[in-house]
Design a protein. Structure first.
Lengths: 369, 200
Protein backbone atom coordinates (compact mmCIF):
# COMPACT_ATOMS: atom_id res chain seq x y z
CA UNK A 1 0.00 0.00 0.00
CA UNK A 2 1.39 3.38 -0.84
CA UNK A 3 0.76 7.01 -1.50
CA UNK A 4 1.32 7.92 -5.15
CA UNK A 5 0.63 11.61 -4.82
CA UNK A 6 -0.47 14.06 -2.20
CA UNK A 7 -2.03 17.50 -2.58
CA UNK A 8 -2.35 19.75 0.43
CA UNK A 9 -4.00 23.18 0.39
CA UNK A 10 -4.75 25.65 3.16
CA UNK A 11 -3.62 23.16 5.79
CA UNK A 12 -1.71 24.73 8.73
CA UNK A 13 1.33 26.47 7.18
CA UNK A 14 1.03 24.67 3.85
CA UNK A 15 -0.67 27.08 1.43
CA UNK A 16 -0.49 24.65 -1.43
CA UNK A 17 1.83 21.71 -2.03
CA UNK A 18 1.97 18.81 -4.41
CA UNK A 19 4.20 15.90 -3.43
CA UNK A 20 4.94 12.66 -5.29
CA UNK A 21 6.58 10.46 -2.68
CA UNK A 22 8.93 7.62 -3.52
CA UNK A 23 7.87 3.98 -3.02
CA UNK A 24 10.16 3.33 -0.05
CA UNK A 25 11.69 5.73 2.47
CA UNK A 26 10.85 9.42 2.18
CA UNK A 27 12.92 11.71 4.35
CA UNK A 28 11.12 14.94 5.10
CA UNK A 29 13.95 17.25 6.13
CA UNK A 30 14.37 20.88 7.03
CA UNK A 31 14.60 23.24 9.97
CA UNK A 32 11.77 23.39 12.52
CA UNK A 33 8.67 25.34 11.61
CA UNK A 34 8.92 24.65 7.87
CA UNK A 35 5.95 22.27 7.70
CA UNK A 36 7.52 18.80 8.03
CA UNK A 37 5.13 17.66 10.75
CA UNK A 38 2.20 19.31 9.00
CA UNK A 39 2.88 17.31 5.86
CA UNK A 40 2.95 13.95 7.65
CA UNK A 41 -0.05 14.98 9.75
CA UNK A 42 -1.90 15.42 6.45
CA UNK A 43 -0.85 11.92 5.37
CA UNK A 44 -2.18 10.43 8.62
CA UNK A 45 -5.38 12.49 8.40
CA UNK A 46 -6.21 11.01 5.00
CA UNK A 47 -6.14 7.55 6.54
CA UNK A 48 -7.75 8.09 9.96
CA UNK A 49 -9.89 11.16 9.19
CA UNK A 50 -8.51 12.76 12.28
CA UNK A 51 -5.39 14.46 13.49
CA UNK A 52 -3.26 12.93 16.21
CA UNK A 53 -2.20 16.41 17.27
CA UNK A 54 -5.52 18.18 17.73
CA UNK A 55 -9.20 17.45 17.96
CA UNK A 56 -10.15 20.96 16.83
CA UNK A 57 -10.74 21.21 13.09
CA UNK A 58 -10.09 24.94 13.22
CA UNK A 59 -6.46 24.28 14.24
CA UNK A 60 -5.89 22.55 10.92
CA UNK A 61 -6.95 25.43 8.72
CA UNK A 62 -4.30 27.87 7.54
CA UNK A 63 -4.46 31.28 9.21
CA UNK A 64 -6.97 33.49 7.40
CA UNK A 65 -8.51 30.52 5.56
CA UNK A 66 -11.80 28.72 6.07
CA UNK A 67 -11.11 25.27 4.62
CA UNK A 68 -8.19 22.88 4.33
CA UNK A 69 -8.27 20.46 1.43
CA UNK A 70 -6.26 17.24 1.29
CA UNK A 71 -6.18 14.82 -1.60
CA UNK A 72 -4.24 11.62 -2.03
CA UNK A 73 -3.92 9.05 -4.72
CA UNK A 74 -3.07 5.70 -3.22
CA UNK A 75 -2.31 2.25 -4.47
CA UNK A 76 -3.49 -0.77 -2.50
CA UNK A 77 -3.62 -4.45 -3.38
CA UNK A 78 -7.08 -4.04 -4.83
CA UNK A 79 -6.09 -1.12 -7.05
CA UNK A 80 -5.81 2.63 -7.04
CA UNK A 81 -7.93 4.90 -4.88
CA UNK A 82 -8.49 8.57 -4.42
CA UNK A 83 -9.10 9.93 -0.94
CA UNK A 84 -10.18 13.55 -0.55
CA UNK A 85 -10.83 15.42 2.66
CA UNK A 86 -12.17 18.88 3.39
CA UNK A 87 -11.76 20.28 6.90
CA UNK A 88 -12.89 23.52 8.49
CA UNK A 89 -14.58 24.80 11.63
CA UNK A 90 -17.45 22.35 12.13
CA UNK A 91 -16.84 20.73 8.75
CA UNK A 92 -15.24 17.38 8.04
CA UNK A 93 -16.07 15.87 4.69
CA UNK A 94 -14.31 12.90 3.17
CA UNK A 95 -14.68 11.06 -0.11
CA UNK A 96 -13.14 7.80 -1.23
CA UNK A 97 -13.19 7.29 -4.98
CA UNK A 98 -15.82 10.00 -5.19
CA UNK A 99 -18.18 8.44 -2.64
CA UNK A 100 -18.79 10.26 0.64
CA UNK A 101 -17.55 8.37 3.70
CA UNK A 102 -18.32 9.06 7.33
CA UNK A 103 -15.74 7.14 9.30
CA UNK A 104 -12.10 6.10 9.09
CA UNK A 105 -13.35 2.52 8.82
CA UNK A 106 -14.19 3.29 5.21
CA UNK A 107 -10.85 4.96 4.39
CA UNK A 108 -8.45 2.59 6.09
CA UNK A 109 -8.74 -0.06 3.39
CA UNK A 110 -7.56 2.36 0.70
CA UNK A 111 -4.81 4.09 2.61
CA UNK A 112 -3.60 2.66 5.90
CA UNK A 113 -1.15 4.79 7.83
CA UNK A 114 0.71 3.77 10.97
CA UNK A 115 1.74 7.00 12.63
CA UNK A 116 4.20 7.79 15.40
CA UNK A 117 3.89 11.25 16.87
CA UNK A 118 6.60 12.80 19.03
CA UNK A 119 4.07 12.88 21.89
CA UNK A 120 3.40 9.14 21.78
CA UNK A 121 6.31 7.98 24.00
CA UNK A 122 4.91 10.10 26.86
CA UNK A 123 1.82 7.82 26.77
CA UNK A 124 3.86 5.22 28.65
CA UNK A 125 4.35 7.71 31.50
CA UNK A 126 0.88 9.24 31.58
CA UNK A 127 -2.56 8.07 32.68
CA UNK A 128 -4.34 4.91 31.49
CA UNK A 129 -6.52 6.76 28.96
CA UNK A 130 -3.55 7.37 26.64
CA UNK A 131 -2.55 3.71 26.68
CA UNK A 132 -6.14 2.58 26.05
CA UNK A 133 -6.29 4.93 23.08
CA UNK A 134 -2.97 3.60 21.79
CA UNK A 135 -4.18 0.01 22.01
CA UNK A 136 -7.58 0.86 20.51
CA UNK A 137 -5.80 2.41 17.54
CA UNK A 138 -3.99 -0.91 17.07
CA UNK A 139 -7.34 -2.73 17.31
CA UNK A 140 -8.90 -0.61 14.59
CA UNK A 141 -5.79 -0.73 12.40
CA UNK A 142 -5.84 -4.52 12.38
CA UNK A 143 -9.61 -4.76 12.01
CA UNK A 144 -11.41 -1.50 11.13
CA UNK A 145 -14.80 -3.08 11.91
CA UNK A 146 -13.81 -3.05 15.59
CA UNK A 147 -14.34 0.71 15.57
CA UNK A 148 -18.08 -0.07 15.60
CA UNK A 149 -17.87 -1.99 18.89
CA UNK A 150 -15.63 0.73 20.33
CA UNK A 151 -17.93 3.59 19.43
CA UNK A 152 -20.99 1.62 20.51
CA UNK A 153 -19.35 0.99 23.86
CA UNK A 154 -18.45 4.67 24.29
CA UNK A 155 -21.98 5.67 23.35
CA UNK A 156 -23.49 3.25 25.88
CA UNK A 157 -21.23 4.50 28.68
CA UNK A 158 -22.59 8.00 27.97
CA UNK A 159 -26.14 6.61 27.93
CA UNK A 160 -25.64 4.90 31.28
CA UNK A 161 -24.09 8.05 32.76
CA UNK A 162 -27.12 10.04 31.61
CA UNK A 163 -29.44 7.42 33.17
CA UNK A 164 -27.49 7.58 36.43
CA UNK A 165 -27.89 11.35 36.57
CA UNK A 166 -31.60 11.14 35.71
CA UNK A 167 -32.13 8.49 38.38
CA UNK A 168 -30.58 10.83 40.94
CA UNK A 169 -33.49 13.24 40.31
CA UNK A 170 -36.26 10.68 39.94
CA UNK A 171 -35.87 6.93 39.88
CA UNK A 172 -37.39 5.70 36.63
CA UNK A 173 -38.31 2.31 35.22
CA UNK A 174 -35.56 -0.05 36.54
CA UNK A 175 -35.73 -2.13 33.34
CA UNK A 176 -34.17 0.80 31.44
CA UNK A 177 -30.84 0.81 33.26
CA UNK A 178 -30.82 -3.00 33.29
CA UNK A 179 -31.23 -3.00 29.50
CA UNK A 180 -28.55 -0.37 29.08
CA UNK A 181 -26.15 -2.40 31.23
CA UNK A 182 -26.90 -5.55 29.25
CA UNK A 183 -26.08 -3.76 25.98
CA UNK A 184 -23.04 -2.16 27.61
CA UNK A 185 -21.83 -5.56 28.79
CA UNK A 186 -22.20 -7.00 25.27
CA UNK A 187 -20.14 -4.23 23.68
CA UNK A 188 -17.68 -3.99 26.59
CA UNK A 189 -16.91 -7.71 26.56
CA UNK A 190 -16.20 -7.50 22.82
CA UNK A 191 -13.89 -4.52 23.32
CA UNK A 192 -11.95 -6.01 26.24
CA UNK A 193 -11.55 -9.45 24.65
CA UNK A 194 -10.33 -7.81 21.44
CA UNK A 195 -7.85 -5.69 23.40
CA UNK A 196 -6.41 -8.73 25.18
CA UNK A 197 -6.24 -10.70 21.95
CA UNK A 198 -4.41 -7.91 20.13
CA UNK A 199 -2.05 -7.30 23.04
CA UNK A 200 -1.16 -11.01 23.11
CA UNK A 201 -0.41 -10.92 19.39
CA UNK A 202 1.41 -7.61 19.49
CA UNK A 203 3.93 -8.10 22.27
CA UNK A 204 5.99 -11.04 20.96
CA UNK A 205 6.36 -9.12 17.68
CA UNK A 206 7.08 -5.91 19.58
CA UNK A 207 9.84 -7.66 21.57
CA UNK A 208 11.51 -8.76 18.34
CA UNK A 209 11.24 -5.24 16.88
CA UNK A 210 12.70 -3.77 20.07
CA UNK A 211 15.67 -6.13 19.72
CA UNK A 212 16.23 -4.98 16.13
CA UNK A 213 15.88 -1.30 17.00
CA UNK A 214 17.87 -1.25 20.22
CA UNK A 215 20.41 -3.99 19.63
CA UNK A 216 19.70 -5.19 23.17
CA UNK A 217 17.73 -8.18 24.31
CA UNK A 218 15.35 -6.32 26.60
CA UNK A 219 12.63 -8.42 28.13
CA UNK A 220 9.35 -6.62 27.46
CA UNK A 221 5.88 -7.70 28.49
CA UNK A 222 2.38 -6.28 28.71
CA UNK A 223 -0.58 -7.04 30.90
CA UNK A 224 -4.15 -5.93 30.36
CA UNK A 225 -5.02 -4.56 33.75
CA UNK A 226 -8.73 -4.75 34.49
CA UNK A 227 -10.75 -4.83 37.69
CA UNK A 228 -13.62 -6.80 36.16
CA UNK A 229 -12.37 -8.94 33.26
CA UNK A 230 -12.21 -12.64 34.16
CA UNK A 231 -9.53 -14.96 32.76
CA UNK A 232 -9.71 -16.41 29.26
CA UNK A 233 -12.53 -18.90 28.91
CA UNK A 234 -14.77 -17.25 31.51
CA UNK A 235 -17.81 -15.28 30.37
CA UNK A 236 -16.66 -11.65 30.09
CA UNK A 237 -20.16 -10.43 29.29
CA UNK A 238 -21.72 -11.81 32.48
CA UNK A 239 -18.75 -10.60 34.52
CA UNK A 240 -19.14 -7.03 33.26
CA UNK A 241 -22.89 -7.13 33.78
CA UNK A 242 -22.41 -8.32 37.32
CA UNK A 243 -19.74 -5.66 38.01
CA UNK A 244 -21.98 -2.91 36.65
CA UNK A 245 -24.85 -4.06 38.83
CA UNK A 246 -22.60 -4.18 41.90
CA UNK A 247 -21.18 -0.76 41.12
CA UNK A 248 -24.54 0.85 40.54
CA UNK A 249 -25.04 2.40 44.01
CA UNK A 250 -21.55 3.94 43.90
CA UNK A 251 -22.08 5.03 40.28
CA UNK A 252 -25.42 6.61 41.16
CA UNK A 253 -23.68 8.72 43.79
CA UNK A 254 -20.79 9.62 41.48
CA UNK A 255 -22.98 10.27 38.41
CA UNK A 256 -20.76 8.24 36.12
CA UNK A 257 -19.76 4.67 35.35
CA UNK A 258 -16.76 3.59 37.41
CA UNK A 259 -16.08 0.15 36.01
CA UNK A 260 -15.59 -1.35 32.55
CA UNK A 261 -13.17 -1.29 29.62
CA UNK A 262 -13.03 2.53 29.78
CA UNK A 263 -11.29 2.24 33.18
CA UNK A 264 -8.83 -0.51 32.19
CA UNK A 265 -5.11 -0.03 31.60
CA UNK A 266 -2.24 -1.54 29.68
CA UNK A 267 0.73 -2.18 31.94
CA UNK A 268 4.02 -2.39 30.07
CA UNK A 269 6.96 -3.99 31.83
CA UNK A 270 10.54 -3.62 30.70
CA UNK A 271 13.09 -5.97 32.30
CA UNK A 272 10.48 -6.84 34.89
CA UNK A 273 9.90 -3.22 35.94
CA UNK A 274 6.79 -1.17 35.13
CA UNK A 275 7.61 1.09 32.17
CA UNK A 276 5.72 3.82 33.98
CA UNK A 277 8.30 5.55 36.16
CA UNK A 278 11.20 3.20 35.48
CA UNK A 279 12.37 3.79 31.92
CA UNK A 280 14.43 6.51 30.29
CA UNK A 281 13.26 8.86 27.56
CA UNK A 282 15.31 6.94 25.01
CA UNK A 283 13.81 3.61 26.10
CA UNK A 284 10.30 5.03 25.92
CA UNK A 285 10.99 6.19 22.39
CA UNK A 286 12.40 2.79 21.44
CA UNK A 287 9.36 1.06 22.97
CA UNK A 288 6.92 3.20 21.03
CA UNK A 289 8.88 2.70 17.81
CA UNK A 290 8.79 -1.04 18.45
CA UNK A 291 5.01 -0.83 19.07
CA UNK A 292 4.51 0.86 15.69
CA UNK A 293 6.90 -1.51 13.95
CA UNK A 294 4.98 -4.46 15.42
CA UNK A 295 1.73 -2.96 14.12
CA UNK A 296 3.13 -2.89 10.59
CA UNK A 297 4.30 -6.51 10.89
CA UNK A 298 0.91 -7.77 12.11
CA UNK A 299 -0.94 -5.74 9.49
CA UNK A 300 1.27 -7.15 6.74
CA UNK A 301 0.78 -10.69 8.06
CA UNK A 302 -3.03 -10.25 7.98
CA UNK A 303 -3.39 -8.35 4.71
CA UNK A 304 -0.40 -9.30 2.63
CA UNK A 305 0.67 -5.67 2.21
CA UNK A 306 2.52 -3.21 4.41
CA UNK A 307 0.87 -0.03 5.69
CA UNK A 308 2.39 3.38 5.07
CA UNK A 309 4.61 4.06 8.07
CA UNK A 310 4.94 7.65 9.22
CA UNK A 311 7.48 8.51 11.91
CA UNK A 312 7.44 12.11 13.01
CA UNK A 313 10.65 13.22 14.69
CA UNK A 314 11.58 9.63 15.55
CA UNK A 315 15.34 10.19 15.68
CA UNK A 316 15.41 12.65 18.57
CA UNK A 317 16.00 11.14 22.02
CA UNK A 318 17.85 8.22 20.39
CA UNK A 319 21.63 7.88 20.72
CA UNK A 320 23.68 7.80 17.47
CA UNK A 321 23.83 4.02 17.41
CA UNK A 322 20.02 3.68 17.78
CA UNK A 323 19.52 6.38 15.15
CA UNK A 324 21.60 4.35 12.75
CA UNK A 325 19.70 1.19 13.60
CA UNK A 326 16.38 2.90 13.01
CA UNK A 327 17.57 4.33 9.70
CA UNK A 328 18.75 0.95 8.51
CA UNK A 329 15.53 -0.72 9.72
CA UNK A 330 13.57 1.87 7.77
CA UNK A 331 15.52 1.37 4.54
CA UNK A 332 14.66 -2.33 4.71
CA UNK A 333 10.98 -1.66 5.56
CA UNK A 334 9.00 -3.52 2.89
CA UNK A 335 6.47 -0.72 2.39
CA UNK A 336 6.47 3.04 1.97
CA UNK A 337 7.59 5.18 4.87
CA UNK A 338 8.03 8.82 5.88
CA UNK A 339 10.52 10.10 8.42
CA UNK A 340 10.76 13.72 9.47
CA UNK A 341 14.10 15.03 10.74
CA UNK A 342 15.90 18.34 11.09
CA UNK A 343 19.04 16.85 9.60
CA UNK A 344 18.90 13.94 7.21
CA UNK A 345 20.75 10.81 8.26
CA UNK A 346 23.40 9.64 5.79
CA UNK A 347 21.85 6.86 3.79
CA UNK A 348 23.53 5.16 0.85
CA UNK A 349 20.28 3.64 -0.42
CA UNK A 350 19.44 5.19 -3.80
CA UNK A 351 15.70 4.63 -3.47
CA UNK A 352 15.46 7.15 -0.63
CA UNK A 353 13.66 10.34 -1.57
CA UNK A 354 14.40 13.57 0.26
CA UNK A 355 11.62 16.08 0.57
CA UNK A 356 13.19 19.35 1.64
CA UNK A 357 10.74 21.49 3.61
CA UNK A 358 10.92 25.28 3.40
CA UNK A 359 8.07 27.58 4.36
CA UNK A 360 5.35 24.99 3.74
CA UNK A 361 6.75 23.89 0.37
CA UNK A 362 8.48 20.62 -0.39
CA UNK A 363 11.16 20.02 -2.99
CA UNK A 364 12.03 16.45 -3.86
CA UNK A 365 15.66 15.44 -4.15
CA UNK A 366 16.99 12.03 -5.05
CA UNK A 367 14.97 9.42 -6.84
CA UNK A 368 11.76 10.89 -8.22
CA UNK A 369 9.17 8.88 -10.06
CA UNK B 1 -33.57 42.57 -2.15
CA UNK B 2 -34.25 39.69 0.22
CA UNK B 3 -37.16 37.31 -0.40
CA UNK B 4 -40.49 38.38 1.20
CA UNK B 5 -41.03 37.21 4.78
CA UNK B 6 -43.73 34.55 4.03
CA UNK B 7 -41.38 32.90 1.51
CA UNK B 8 -38.52 32.96 4.01
CA UNK B 9 -40.74 31.39 6.68
CA UNK B 10 -41.69 28.63 4.24
CA UNK B 11 -38.02 27.96 3.46
CA UNK B 12 -37.22 27.80 7.17
CA UNK B 13 -40.08 25.30 7.66
CA UNK B 14 -38.80 23.05 4.87
CA UNK B 15 -35.28 22.90 6.31
CA UNK B 16 -36.81 20.89 9.19
CA UNK B 17 -37.20 17.98 6.73
CA UNK B 18 -34.52 15.27 6.90
CA UNK B 19 -31.73 15.87 4.41
CA UNK B 20 -33.01 19.31 3.35
CA UNK B 21 -30.69 22.25 3.85
CA UNK B 22 -31.40 25.90 3.17
CA UNK B 23 -30.15 25.62 -0.41
CA UNK B 24 -32.45 22.73 -1.28
CA UNK B 25 -35.39 24.31 0.55
CA UNK B 26 -34.91 27.52 -1.43
CA UNK B 27 -34.78 25.54 -4.68
CA UNK B 28 -38.09 23.81 -3.84
CA UNK B 29 -39.83 27.06 -3.01
CA UNK B 30 -38.56 28.85 -6.11
CA UNK B 31 -39.70 25.86 -8.19
CA UNK B 32 -43.24 26.16 -6.81
CA UNK B 33 -43.26 29.93 -7.20
CA UNK B 34 -42.19 29.74 -10.84
CA UNK B 35 -44.27 26.75 -11.88
CA UNK B 36 -47.74 28.25 -11.86
CA UNK B 37 -49.74 30.49 -9.57
CA UNK B 38 -51.76 27.47 -8.45
CA UNK B 39 -48.89 25.08 -7.75
CA UNK B 40 -48.49 26.21 -4.18
CA UNK B 41 -52.21 26.30 -3.57
CA UNK B 42 -52.44 22.67 -4.82
CA UNK B 43 -49.64 21.66 -2.49
CA UNK B 44 -51.33 23.40 0.41
CA UNK B 45 -54.54 21.50 -0.36
CA UNK B 46 -52.68 18.15 -0.39
CA UNK B 47 -51.08 19.00 2.93
CA UNK B 48 -54.40 19.99 4.44
CA UNK B 49 -56.02 16.78 3.10
CA UNK B 50 -53.32 14.62 4.63
CA UNK B 51 -53.30 16.52 7.89
CA UNK B 52 -57.07 16.29 8.19
CA UNK B 53 -57.56 12.67 7.27
CA UNK B 54 -54.70 10.65 8.70
CA UNK B 55 -53.51 10.01 12.24
CA UNK B 56 -51.47 7.32 13.99
CA UNK B 57 -53.35 4.04 14.38
CA UNK B 58 -54.60 3.80 17.96
CA UNK B 59 -53.45 0.19 18.18
CA UNK B 60 -50.08 0.07 16.43
CA UNK B 61 -49.03 3.62 15.57
CA UNK B 62 -48.91 3.09 11.81
CA UNK B 63 -50.49 5.74 9.58
CA UNK B 64 -54.27 5.30 9.57
CA UNK B 65 -57.29 6.97 7.99
CA UNK B 66 -59.55 5.75 10.77
CA UNK B 67 -58.93 4.75 14.38
CA UNK B 68 -57.25 1.57 13.18
CA UNK B 69 -54.88 1.19 10.28
CA UNK B 70 -55.10 -1.10 7.26
CA UNK B 71 -52.87 -3.73 8.89
CA UNK B 72 -54.88 -3.88 12.09
CA UNK B 73 -58.16 -4.09 10.10
CA UNK B 74 -56.90 -6.71 7.61
CA UNK B 75 -58.40 -10.13 8.49
CA UNK B 76 -55.70 -11.84 6.39
CA UNK B 77 -52.87 -10.73 8.72
CA UNK B 78 -51.65 -13.08 11.43
CA UNK B 79 -52.81 -11.49 14.68
CA UNK B 80 -50.63 -13.70 16.86
CA UNK B 81 -47.39 -12.08 15.67
CA UNK B 82 -46.41 -8.47 16.32
CA UNK B 83 -43.28 -6.93 14.84
CA UNK B 84 -42.02 -3.97 16.89
CA UNK B 85 -40.23 -1.30 14.84
CA UNK B 86 -38.87 2.19 15.45
CA UNK B 87 -40.69 4.02 12.68
CA UNK B 88 -43.25 3.90 9.88
CA UNK B 89 -40.33 3.78 7.42
CA UNK B 90 -39.28 0.44 8.96
CA UNK B 91 -42.78 -0.96 8.33
CA UNK B 92 -42.49 0.07 4.67
CA UNK B 93 -39.05 -1.59 4.43
CA UNK B 94 -40.38 -4.87 5.85
CA UNK B 95 -43.47 -4.73 3.63
CA UNK B 96 -41.23 -4.29 0.57
CA UNK B 97 -39.77 -7.72 1.30
CA UNK B 98 -43.34 -9.02 1.14
CA UNK B 99 -42.87 -12.00 3.39
CA UNK B 100 -44.06 -10.94 6.80
CA UNK B 101 -47.77 -11.56 7.40
CA UNK B 102 -48.17 -10.46 11.01
CA UNK B 103 -49.05 -7.12 12.58
CA UNK B 104 -46.81 -4.21 13.56
CA UNK B 105 -46.14 -1.97 16.49
CA UNK B 106 -44.49 1.37 15.73
CA UNK B 107 -42.64 2.63 18.81
CA UNK B 108 -42.04 6.10 17.44
CA UNK B 109 -38.34 6.14 18.32
CA UNK B 110 -35.82 4.42 20.55
CA UNK B 111 -34.77 4.80 24.16
CA UNK B 112 -32.01 7.36 24.65
CA UNK B 113 -31.25 8.96 27.97
CA UNK B 114 -28.87 11.34 26.19
CA UNK B 115 -31.71 12.64 24.04
CA UNK B 116 -34.18 12.51 26.90
CA UNK B 117 -36.28 9.69 25.44
CA UNK B 118 -37.67 7.28 28.04
CA UNK B 119 -40.30 4.52 27.80
CA UNK B 120 -43.06 7.11 28.41
CA UNK B 121 -42.11 8.91 25.19
CA UNK B 122 -42.57 5.75 23.11
CA UNK B 123 -45.60 3.50 22.42
CA UNK B 124 -44.44 1.04 25.08
CA UNK B 125 -47.55 0.99 27.30
CA UNK B 126 -49.67 0.30 24.21
CA UNK B 127 -47.51 -2.68 23.33
CA UNK B 128 -47.85 -4.13 26.83
CA UNK B 129 -51.64 -3.65 26.62
CA UNK B 130 -51.76 -5.48 23.28
CA UNK B 131 -49.81 -8.39 24.70
CA UNK B 132 -52.02 -8.43 27.81
CA UNK B 133 -54.99 -8.82 25.46
CA UNK B 134 -53.96 -12.47 25.06
CA UNK B 135 -54.09 -12.79 21.26
CA UNK B 136 -50.36 -12.16 20.73
CA UNK B 137 -48.05 -15.18 20.88
CA UNK B 138 -44.81 -13.79 19.43
CA UNK B 139 -43.28 -10.32 19.61
CA UNK B 140 -40.46 -9.67 17.14
CA UNK B 141 -38.21 -6.85 18.32
CA UNK B 142 -37.01 -5.33 15.05
CA UNK B 143 -35.40 -2.15 16.34
CA UNK B 144 -32.11 -1.10 14.71
CA UNK B 145 -28.76 -2.73 15.38
CA UNK B 146 -27.21 0.45 16.81
CA UNK B 147 -26.61 1.12 20.52
CA UNK B 148 -30.06 2.65 21.17
CA UNK B 149 -31.92 0.07 19.07
CA UNK B 150 -30.18 -2.73 20.93
CA UNK B 151 -30.91 -1.19 24.33
CA UNK B 152 -34.55 -0.68 23.38
CA UNK B 153 -34.87 -4.34 22.34
CA UNK B 154 -33.27 -5.50 25.58
CA UNK B 155 -35.58 -3.22 27.53
CA UNK B 156 -38.70 -4.55 25.80
CA UNK B 157 -37.50 -8.12 26.28
CA UNK B 158 -37.34 -7.43 30.01
CA UNK B 159 -40.67 -5.60 30.10
CA UNK B 160 -42.34 -8.46 28.20
CA UNK B 161 -40.40 -11.07 30.11
CA UNK B 162 -43.08 -12.53 32.34
CA UNK B 163 -46.08 -12.15 30.04
CA UNK B 164 -45.94 -15.58 28.46
CA UNK B 165 -45.12 -14.49 24.90
CA UNK B 166 -42.24 -15.61 22.72
CA UNK B 167 -39.87 -12.65 22.31
CA UNK B 168 -37.53 -12.78 19.33
CA UNK B 169 -35.02 -10.55 17.61
CA UNK B 170 -33.89 -10.67 13.97
CA UNK B 171 -30.25 -11.51 14.40
CA UNK B 172 -28.64 -13.15 11.42
CA UNK B 173 -26.64 -10.89 9.21
CA UNK B 174 -27.74 -7.45 10.37
CA UNK B 175 -24.50 -5.49 10.43
CA UNK B 176 -23.75 -3.76 13.73
CA UNK B 177 -24.99 -0.20 13.69
CA UNK B 178 -27.50 -0.51 10.84
CA UNK B 179 -31.06 0.65 10.88
CA UNK B 180 -33.89 -1.57 9.55
CA UNK B 181 -35.06 1.11 7.15
CA UNK B 182 -31.86 1.00 5.08
CA UNK B 183 -31.35 -2.77 4.88
CA UNK B 184 -31.69 -4.45 1.51
CA UNK B 185 -34.57 -6.87 1.04
CA UNK B 186 -32.45 -10.04 1.04
CA UNK B 187 -30.66 -9.16 4.29
CA UNK B 188 -33.92 -8.16 5.90
CA UNK B 189 -35.66 -11.37 4.80
CA UNK B 190 -32.81 -13.50 6.13
CA UNK B 191 -32.78 -11.56 9.40
CA UNK B 192 -36.52 -12.02 9.91
CA UNK B 193 -36.37 -15.72 9.07
CA UNK B 194 -33.35 -16.24 11.32
CA UNK B 195 -34.81 -14.48 14.34
CA UNK B 196 -33.77 -15.83 17.70
CA UNK B 197 -35.45 -15.84 21.04
CA UNK B 198 -33.97 -13.30 23.47
CA UNK B 199 -34.22 -13.54 27.21
CA UNK B 200 -34.73 -10.74 29.71
ZN1 LIG C 1 -52.58 -0.43 13.31
Amino acid sequence: MRLLSLDVAGFRNIAGAHVSPGPSLNLVVGPNGQGKTNLVEAVAFLSWLRSFRTSRSADLVARGGTRAVLRAESEARDGRHEVAVEVGAGVRRARVDGHPVRSARECLGCLTVVFLSPDDPAILEGGPDGRRMLLDRTLVLLDPSRSLALSRYQRLVKERNALLRQAADAPGDPHVIEACEAALADAGALVARARVEVLDRLFPVLAAALRDLSGLDLEVRARYASRWLPGAGADARSALRESLRRHRPRDLAAGHTGVGPHTDDVEVHLLGLPARGHVSRGQRKALMLAWKAAETTLFAADRGESPVLVLDDALSDLDPERQERLASWLTSYPGQSFLTATTAPELADTSVVRLRAAGGSFVAEGMIR
Amino acid sequence: MALPAPVQRLIAELTKLPGVGEKTATRYVLFWLQRSPNAMKDLADRLADAAGSVRPCLVCGYVAEAERCGFCEDPARDRATVCVVESVADVLAIERVGEYRGLYHVLGGVLSALRGVGPDHLRVAGLLDRVAGGEVREVILATGADAEGETTALYLARALGDRGVRVTRPATGIPMGSSIEFLDAVTLMRALRGRKEIGP
